[in-house]
Ligand binder design. Structure first.
Ligand SMILES: [Zn+2]
Length: 286
């Protein structure tokens, strides 16, 4: 299977032929970095856990070579770091029972991840969607603060629009990484209970030791965010779950293919603004 970057490749844990493997995919996660799937997408991963016919696969756009490093990784060069992160992502694919991982290997400091030329990324993502025809597509949300995440969500929207309605998934949403979606009005956002199997999601996150020992406790912060979402989701009821994931619905951008993503994101922010104004202007009345 060929991708635009010469180092791009598909990893299939059970060694079945790529076309056969991709035909089994029902849930496709499309993200910027090795580890984003495991920090952002507990819900789609758990939906596919021992639950045939649901099967999960991932697409990782960048090579992860520029991540900060410390401890035993402090002396790693960029090439070694890219190799290590590839290895961590493969371990996660095995542990999480993914069908496949496509590592597109765009350099983090290059023009594709820099948002200057997305045509090859759009083509690679389009190929993965075309061959796997997923019913659920998960990517980053439009209000994320990481520039690489924005590159990937915009490329994913473009790839789906280019493929057309025959390839549209039934569910298409963007999850939380570099910005929580707690601010979104509850009626606008998607909420997923991810209370179950926290031993497994903790194990999946823990595989990315280069990122965590590298100086950032993403594992604790991610689990804490989902725990906080569960407790702060409703002030009037006791906790119904111990972890919730929030996501931005992106399906309206397929239903209305002429709407610019920036306009859709602005609409959601406008709804939030209206909610804050209404509460303040009413003096706190419900
Ligand atoms: Zn990321």
């Amino acid at each position: 299977m060929n991708f635009c970057h010469p180092k791009g490749h598909l990893f299939v844990p059970d060694n079945s032929p790529p076309a056969d493997a991709l035909q089994r995919v029902t849930h496709l996660g499309i993200v910027a970095h090795p580890d984003d799937l495991e920090f952002m997408g507990w819900h789609p991963i758990l939906q596919c856990l021992h639950s045939p016919p649901f099967r999960f696969a991932g697409v990782i756009a960048s090579d992860g070579r520029s991540s900060p490093r410390a401890g035993i990784y402090a002396h790693y060069g960029d090439d070694e770091m890219a190799e290590l992160r590839l290895s961590e992502q493969r371990h996660a694919a095995v542990t999480g029972e993914y069908v496949a991982i496509a590592s597109l290997m765009y350099e983090e400091t290059g023009p594709v991840m820099g948002g200057q030329n997305s045509s090859s990324l759009v083509a690679d993502i389009g190929q993965m969607i075309r061959l796997s025809r997923p019913s659920v597509v998960v990517t980053h949300n439009l209000c994320d603060r990481h520039p690489h995440h924005i590159v990937v969500v915009l490329a994913t929207i473009e790839a789906l629009r280019h493929l057309g309605p025959d390839y549209y998934p039934k569910e298409f949403y963007g999850g939380e990484v570099w910005r929580s979606l707690d601010w979104m009005n509850p009626s606008d956002r998607l909420t997923f209970d991810v209370s179950e199997h926290q031993n497994l999601t903790a194990a999946l996150m823990g595989i990315f030791d280069s990122q965590i020992t590298g100086g950032k406790r993403y594992d604790q912060a991610t689990a804490g965010r989902k725990r906080a979402n569960a407790t702060y989701s409703d002030p009037h009821t006791t906790d119904q779950s111990s972890a919730l994931e929030y996501a931005m619905d992106l399906l309206p951008l397929l239903a209305n293919p002429s709407q610019e993503p920036v306009e859709y994101a602005s609409q959601l922010i406008e709804h939030f603004l209206q909610d804050v104004r209404r509460r303040l202007l009413s003096g706190g009345k419900a």
